[in-house]
Design a protein around this ligand. Structure first.
Ligand SMILES: *[C@@H]1O[C@H](CO)[C@@H](O)[C@H](O)[C@H]1NC(C)=O
Ligand SMILES: *[C@@H]1O[C@H](CO)[C@@H](O)[C@H](O)[C@H]1NC(C)=O
Ligand SMILES: *[C@@H]1O[C@H](CO)[C@@H](O)[C@H](O)[C@H]1NC(C)=O
Ligand SMILES: *[C@@H]1O[C@H](CO)[C@@H](O)[C@H](O)[C@H]1NC(C)=O
Ligand SMILES: *[C@H]1O[C@@H](CO)[C@H](O)[C@@H](O)[C@@H]1NC(C)=O
Length: 574
């Protein structure tokens, strides 16, 4: 089929979806014309080197990440037959470090009545006696979403290759009366409390997002609790809920069942309407079996996000080997469906991140797992480098299309900070970034990095700070602006942005960016604000990609300390 024909079909389908209010949920849109294409040729140009990505085809949600007997397991939603969503199975990979992976056969795929029309997302729980069990969503022949369980066929197999669905037990949870069977999915990891396991399934009731709570003594018979664990009006479908405890201080992670005075809880939901992952920090009231967000956390579309860019359907797990909680998230493409079909692949996973509570207790912090650093090769540094108005100074000597760069900026004076206009929204950073960008001169900033830049700056992805002052305090904006990232038309090029909750008393701001051919994954202020952008340069590719530090503010900024590394490719990928 000619590309132009594919394109017009896609546009037509997009149009149909746009006019259809009772639309298919975005993740589950079907492209019958793109399924089972023979002879897929995989285009290498924008493929990533060190982000998780199978050799070809479509991927989406991370599923049931877990650690078992020295091995990390990672499952993910995968279409074995094409580069668009469809034919979904649970692909399975194993690793000793979450960087170098070995691909195995799919672990879960439609096989029974209770998952005939789909084996969708789910989570793992390690039961006493070191026995992993997976709960996942199946779609039955009547298009009802049900929850099923699967267990390893052979616990002595170090890779747990084969998974079985215990006969006669599934589905373990049916949507009962009052539950919308078309919006009932993505069971969480379970936690143990006073004699019962508990887990949550995402749903909606009209426009209210729901986290239905279920209890079980034996992990087989599940009873729905009277009240959901939590719900919120006008948020739509809650996909992929994730609920876990977090220590008040320190970076150590906790098993999902830990409770106590030193602990707060996090509830994350993936909002299907906006397609971003939001979380609140709050308290788990165990007597009532309810979760209550703190009054410092906004519950809904204006709330905190793990990542202010392409990042969705994420899931955490507790790594008992290194006592940390690790976050996986799906990073989708920003090009068109027909482009994905041409490339032969779509979707990557973000670098696994550890999560811990910010000492201010209002938000999480995130940082790439330390194992990533084993891929660091050639290192270059820049110290005490002045960045005057309009400067862009090249960081030379590394492979700029495949790099890890970590920089601390020093702001000599905050006197000339631009005023924060009261007409601007404090909940829509992206709009502010669209207005201000990297080209509009400010006082302090824009300053930061130009990733995946062509030599003459026809293309570049600026990741930068801009500082504003309102009556009481400084407001720091972090942008990852894709608008100048590619000369190619028809791409999604958002000016992704988030605010950074820092006080600037030390006049320093740090930024780390993981640059990997078509992804720029950035961590502002030590992991307070994260933004992942997908970009598809045409000139700034491979050895023609450059990295610069830049400043477009009136005031001088100092690169106090910059380290950049060429990144190696993991030994075995996917
Ligand atoms: C289980 O796995 C172990 C280790 O790989 C193997 O030796 C054993 O034969 C397997 N058992 C079965 C029933 O397949
Ligand atoms: C149930 O969910 C589906 C899928 O989102 C939606 O189309 C439908 O309107 C919902 N039904 C009710 C009764 O809310
Ligand atoms: C928020 O909650 C804290 C304690 O949990 C309380 O001290 C504070 O007054 C509350 N703030 C508001 C604005 O309600
Ligand atoms: C800096 O500002 C100038 C003037 O607006 C603009 O031409 C240039 O593209 C900007 N640099 C970056 C990296 O955006
Ligand atoms: C990723 O792709 C962009 C561009 O097509 C869409 O706008 C996003 O909604 C989509 N994100 C997810 C999570 O599907």
């Amino acid at each position: 089929m000619a590309v132009s024909k594919l394109l017009s079909l896609t546009l037509f389908i997009t149009f149909l979806c746009a006019v259809n209010n009772g639309r298919v949920e975005a993740t589950h849109e079907i492209y019958p014309q793109f399924q089972s294409l023979s002879a897929v040729s995989v285009h290498q140009l924008h493929r990533t080197a060190f982000h998780f990505q199978p050799p070809k085809n479509w991927i989406n949600d991370p599923n049931a990440p877990m650690y078992y007997n020295g091995i990390y397991h990672f499952f993910y939603q995968y279409n074995p037959k094409g580069a668009v969503w469809g034919n979904i199975v649970w692909a399975h990979s194993v690793s000793k470090d979450m960087i170098n992976w070995k691909a195995l056969e799919p672990a879960i795929y439609p096989s029974h009545r209770f998952d005939r029309k789909g084996a969708w997302s789910g989570s793992a729980t390690i039961l006493p006696g070191n026995k992993p069990v997976i709960l996942y969503t199946g779609v039955d022949p009547n298009d009802r979403q049900v929850q099923n369980s699967a267990v390893p066929a052979n616990l002595s197999d170090p890779y747990l290759r084969k998974w079985i669905k215990p006969a006669g037990l599934n589905p373990v949870v049916d949507p009962e009366a009052g539950v919308n069977a078309s919006a009932f999915r993505d069971p969480t990891t379970a936690w143990w409390l006073s004699g019962h396991w508990r887990m949550v399934v995402g749903s909606k009731r009209n426009h209210r997002g729901m986290a239905y709570l279920y209890r079980s003594r034996d992990f087989i018979h599940w009873i729905k609790a009277k009240h959901p664990l939590h719900s919120a009006p006008r948020t739509g479908m809650w996909e992929c809920p994730d609920f876990y405890p977090i220590l008040l201080s320190g970076k150590q992670g906790l098993d999902t069942s830990v409770l106590g005075k030193q602990v707060k809880h996090i509830l994350k939901v993936s909002l299907d309407v906006t397609r971003y992952d939001y979380y609140t920090v709050g308290t788990y009231l165990t007597d009532e079996d309810r979760y209550v967000p703190d009054n410092t956390s906004i519950d809904g579309w204006a709330g905190l996000r793990y990542d202010y860019g392409n990042f969705y359907a994420s899931k955490t797990f507790f790594d008992p080997a290194k006592k940390r909680r690790i976050l996986w998230g799906w990073v989708n493409e920003s090009d068109t469906t027909s482009e994905d079909v041409r490339k032969g692949w779509a979707g990557i996973q973000a670098i696994p991140r550890i999560v811990w509570l910010d000492p201010n207790q209002r938000q999480l912090m995130q940082w790439p797992i330390q194992e990533l650093e084993t891929l660091r090769g050639t290192n270059v540094k820049m110290n005490h480098q002045m960045l005057k108005t309009g400067d862009h100074i090249e960081v030379k000597g590394i492979s700029a299309a495949q790099a890890d760069v970590d920089v601390t900026f020093y702001i000599p004076s905050l006197d000339k900070v631009e005023a924060f206009n009261l007409g601007w929204s404090l909940t829509d950073a992206q709009l502010l970034c669209a207005k201000k960008g990297s080209k509009v001169q400010g006082g302090i900033g824009p300053f930061g990095l130009l990733a995946l830049a062509s030599e003459n700056l026809e293309e570049y992805t600026p990741v930068f700070f801009r500082i504003f002052k309102s009556s009481q305090k400084h407001i720091v904006l972090l942008c990852s602006d894709a608008r100048s990232s590619s000369l190619k038309d028809g791409l999604y090029k958002p000016s992704f942005a988030g605010f950074v909750d820092v006080d600037l008393t030390d006049k320093k701001l740090s930024l780390r960016s993981l640059i990997d051919h078509s992804v720029v994954e950035s961590f502002g202020a030590g992991g307070k604000t994260c933004i992942t952008s997908r970009v598809y340069p045409t000139l700034a590719v491979l050895e023609n990609a450059h990295l610069y530090a830049f400043n477009n503010g009136t005031e001088t900024i100092i690169v106090e300390n910059l380290n950049a590394w060429s990144m190696k490719k993991p030994l075995r990928m996917n």
